[in-house]
Design a protein around this ligand. Structure first.
Ligand SMILES: Cc1ncc(COP(=O)(O)O)c(C=O)c1O
Length: 371
């Protein structure tokens, strides 16, 4: 018996026929970049998220980078984010020329430590990026009033949170911009790379549109120095088809999280993720904490039985070689550092059954000596 970690292939099987039909039409039309299919997905995604505008881009890293650039953030500016994120959040800040300022995470939720973010503000701070890590929305009721008072932009990293809702409002709606990744294993994943910036500001949307397309919103009109960072129509077709299933698939993931709680909840030695028990967590990942001395054995034992796991992420960004130049030291962010040693992501995707979870739980119990 094997259990997949993520299952983009299973999702693809569901949309395959319609996708092939549309791609055939696309091939006949010869429009392989831009076109009506991208426009259609952008408006479908804007409606789904409840924002005014959605601008498709090449990937999630670019979504963050272009949103920041459109806010005219660059050299000399500072942008605050959590050190326990996928490195892309910090790369995107760095790629604008601004300085990433990192903070620790909250010990209960893994999400950005809002108090520390507030304390890290300087005269150079232009934006804060709350990362809705693992699919759970950061408590925006705390962050937004502060950011507004301090005139700091909030740019949400929604890469892992497509379809998550906090008090009925979807991720991407809270800040001036929301940035999504459609990497294939995301809750809304393309058949390759893809990303999106959503915003309710017409001006910001237009600027991102220009930035993604060589600085102009049309051919050979180069008003500003931009780049090539477009979402292609083959991805847009897949994404629009999958968007129709997203709420159902997110609900399924929450159900699977419930299975983990049922079968691992009482086990000493495994700390399960805390969440608000509403739609504000869509469980992109199911990350638990265990004794670091047992983690490797657990991972190996699970693998032996065909259960794939991952460590997301093995190092907080401040301790990566890439960002050593920022000058942070081990011990600067103790919660994130400790969690990096303890975390293990268990299988979470639409194919996981309660039987799979029982099987995984039996191995976990065995390794932790409670079998
Ligand atoms: C939290 C976070 N931010 C940003 C990104 C970047 O997205 P992409 O891989 O599409 O560039 C990812 C994707 O892996 C992510 O998980």
């Amino acid at each position: 018996m094997g259990v997949l970690f993520s299952a983009p292939q299973a999702e693809f099987a569901i949309i395959k026929e319609k996708w092939l039909e549309e791609v055939e039409q696309l091939a006949k039309s010869g429009v392989f970049v831009g076109g009506v299919r991208v426009d259609q997905f952008e408006s479908a995604f804007a409606d789904f998220t409840g924002v005014k505008k959605a601008v498709g881009v090449a990937n999630g890293t670019e979504a963050i980078c272009l949103a920041l650039k459109a806010l005219r953030i660059g050299p000399g500016d500072e942008v605050i984010t959590a050190t326990n994120t996928f490195i892309a959040t910090v790369e995107a800040i760095h790629n604008t020329g601004a300085k990433p300022v990192l903070v620790d995470c909250d010990p209960d939720t893994f999400l950005i430590d809002i108090e520390q973010a507030k304390k890290s503000k300087t005269a150079k701070t232009k934006a804060v990026i709350p990362v809705h890590l693992y699919g759970q929305i950061v408590d925006m009721t705390e962050l937004l009033p502060w950011a507004e008072k301090e005139r700091v932009h909030v740019v949400e990293d929604c890469a892992q949170a497509a379809g998550a809702r906090f008090h009925d409002t979807a991720a991407g709606n809270f800040g001036i911009a929301g940035c999504f990744s459609f990497f294939p294993d995301k809750n809304l994943g393309a058949v390759g790379d893809g990303g999106m910036v959503v915003t309710s500001s017409d001006d910001l949307a237009l600027l991102v549109k220009k930035l993604r397309n060589h600085g102009g919103d049309g051919r050979y009109k180069h008003e500003i120095a931009g780049t090539n960072s477009r979402l292609d129509p083959i991805q847009a077709v897949a994404l629009k088809l999958k968007l129709g299933y997203l709420n159902e698939w997110n609900a399924r993931r929450r159900e699977i999280a419930g299975f983990y709680e049922k079968h691992l909840g009482a086990l000493e030695g495994v700390i399960l993720p805390k969440h608000r028990r509403d739609e504000s967590h869509i469980f992109h990942l199911y990350v638990v904490r265990v004794n670091p001395e047992l983690r490797e054995t657990l991972k190996k034992q699970l693998l032996k039985k065909g259960v794939l796991t991952a460590i997301q992420y093995p190092s907080p960004v401040h301790l990566t070689d890439a960002f050593a130049f920022l000058g942070y030291q081990p011990g600067d962010f103790p919660v994130a550092e400790r969690y990096a040693r303890e975390i293990i992501s268990l299988p979470m995707n639409i194919t996981v059954t309660e039987q799979d979870v029982e099987f995984i739980a039996s191995i976990v119990k065995e390794v932790l000596g409670k079998g």
